[in-house]
Design a protein around this ligand. Structure first.
Ligand SMILES: NC(=O)C1=CN([C@@H]2O[C@H](COP(=O)(O)OP(=O)(O)OC[C@H]3O[C@@H](n4cnc5c(N)ncnc54)[C@H](O)[C@@H]3O)[C@@H](O)[C@H]2O)C=CC1
Ligand SMILES: O=C(CO)COP(=O)(O)O
Length: 343
C-alpha cells in the first residue's frame, strides 16, 4: 500500500506500540505524548521507560508534545488515550484535522458521564466528514507482546467499510494480523466489558480460587457481556470473535493485564485508591464497571458479575461474600440462555 502520513495520539504503552507498528510498516509517524519529557525521551533515546521498560523503539518514530503539530497534515490519526480523555483530545484536535483524515481509536471503555461508546463521543466532537468514517481497533493485544512481534490478531470495525479496510492495510504485517468487522457496537462493547471480568479474574486468582472459578467467570462473563451488547444493538455473534471471547481470554489469563493485576491487588487488601496509585497506568475496568452497571440498569439487563464487582469496588463489599452471593443465585438452565444469545 502507499505509505501515509500518520499520527498516534497517546504515548502510553498501547499508543507507543501502535506507533512503532506504523513506523515499522514504513509509514511516516508522529506520536503525541502528553508529557514533554516523554516526547524528548522517545526522540533522543528511542525508549519509553515509564510505559514500555526495556523496549527499543524504531528509529523512524518521531514524538511531539504539541497536539496541533501531531495532527496537522496527517491522513491517518490513531487515538490511543484513556476512554475518559477521548472527548477532550478530540475537541482539541478537531479544528486542525484535514477533511480527508481517517480517525480510528483504540480505547476500551465508555465515557462515564454520558455512558456513550467512544465512537459516539468522536462522532459528536469531530467535523461531520471525518466523523462519518471513524473506526475502532480492538481485540486481544497486550502491548508488551506486540512490541516483541509475538503473533497477534486484532479487529477494526467501522460503519464505513473503506475506513476499516484502510486501517487494516496500514497496521497489518507479518506478526500483526488485522481483521475488519462491520459491527462497531459489538466490537466496542466487547472490548470494554472484558476488562470488568478481567478484574474479577485477578480477584478470583488472588483469593486462591482455581481454574474452575476462572473458567466460570470467563463463560458467565461472556454471557452477561453479550446480554448487555444485544440490548444496545450489538450482534450477539460478535462476542464469539476476537473482540469478545478472544480479548476476554487474553485479559483474564495474562500476567500483562493491568485489569487482572488490579483485581489481584484488591484481593491482597489494597483499597481502590491504593490499588490505582500502585498501578500507575490506566485500569479501564474500574470506570467501565460503573458505566456497565448503570447501562445494565438502564436497559433492564441482568449482569450479576458486574453488579457484585461494583459492590466490591465502590461499596466495600467483601469479595468472598460477593462470590457466595453469585453462587447462591437462583438455579437456572444454561441452554435456554444460549439459545437467546445464539453466539
Ligand atoms: N496496553 C495495552 O496493551 C492495550 C491498551 N488498550 C487501550 O488503550 C487505551 C490506552 O491504554 P494504554 O496505552 O495501555 O494506557 P497507559 O496507562 O499505558 O498510558 C496512558 C496514556 O494516556 C495518557 N493520558 C492520561 N490521561 C490523559 C488525559 N487526560 N489526556 C490525554 N492523555 C492522557 C498518559 O499520559 C499516557 O500516555 C486504553 O483504553 C486501553 O484499554 C487497548 C489494547 C491494548
Ligand atoms: O486490552 C488489553 C489487551 O487486549 C489490555 O488489557 P489491560 O488494560 O488489562 O492491560
Amino acid at each position: 500500500m502507499t505509505l501515509q502520513k500518520t499520527a498516534v495520539l497517546g504515548a502510553g504503552s498501547w499508543g507507543t506500540v501502535l506507533a512503532s507498528v506504523l513506523a515499522e510498516n514504513g509509514h511516516d509517524v508522529m506520536l503525541w505524548a502528553r508529557r514533554e519529557d516523554a516526547a524528548v525521551e522517545i526522540n533522543l533515546h528511542r525508549t519509553n521507560s515509564k510505559y514500555l521498560p526495556g523496549a527499543k523503539l524504531p528509529s523512524a518514530l518521531c514524538a511531539t508534545h504539541s497536539l496541533v503539530e501531531a495532527v496537522t497534515g496527517r491522513e491517518f490519526i490513531l487515538m490511543v488515550v484513556p476512554s475518559q480523555s477521548v472527548r477532550e483530545v478530540a475537541r482539541e484536535v478537531a479544528p486542525h484535522l484535514s477533511s480527508e483524515a481517517l480517525v480510528t481509536h483504540a480505547a476500551k471503555g465508555f465515557e462515564l458521564s454520558s455512558l456513550k461508546r467512544i465512537t459516539e463521543v468522536l462522532q459528536e466532537e469531530l467535523p461531520s466528514g471525518v466523523a462519518n468514517r471513524v473506526a475502532v481497533l480492538s481485540g486481544p493485544s497486550h502491548a508488551e507482546e506486540v512490541i516483541c512481534h509475538s503473533p497477534t490478531t486484532v479487529v477494526v470495525a467501522s460503519e464505513n467499510s473503506e475506513a476499516a479496510e484502510r486501517t487494516q492495510a496500514l497496521l497489518n504485517n507479518s506478526t500483526l494480523r488485522v481483521y475488519t468487522h462491520p459491527d462497531v457496537i459489538g466490537v466496542e462493547i466487547g472490548g470494554s466489558l472484558k476488562n470488568i471480568i478481567a478484574l474479577g479474574a485477578g480477584l478470583s486468582d488472588g483469593l486462591g480460587f482455581g481454574d474452575n472459578a476462572k473458567a466460570a467467570l470467563i463463560t458467565r462473563g461472556l454471557a452477561e457481556m453479550a446480554r448487555l451488547g444485544m440490548a444496545m444493538d450489538a450482534k450477539p455473534i460478535t462476542f464469539a470473535g476476537l473482540s469478545g471471547v478472544g480479548d476476554l481470554v487474553a485479559t483474564c489469563t495474562s500476567k500483562h493485564s493491568r485489569n487482572w493485576r488490579a483485581g489481584n491487588l484488591l484481593s491482597q487488601g489494597y483499597s481502590l485508591d491504593e490499588m490505582l496509585q500502585q498501578m500507575g497506568m490506566v485500569v479501564e475496568g474500574v470506570k467501565t464497571t460503573q458505566a456497565a452497571y448503570r447501562l445494565a440498569q438502564k436497559h433492564g439487563v441482568e449482569m450479576p458479575i458486574t453488579e457484585e464487582l461494583s459492590k466490591v469496588l465502590f461499596e466495600g463489599k467483601d469479595p468472598r461474600r460477593a462470590v457466595e452471593d453469585l453462587m447462591a443465585r437462583d438455579m437456572t438452565d444454561e441452554m435456554e440462555e444460549m439459545i437467546k444469545l445464539s453466539y
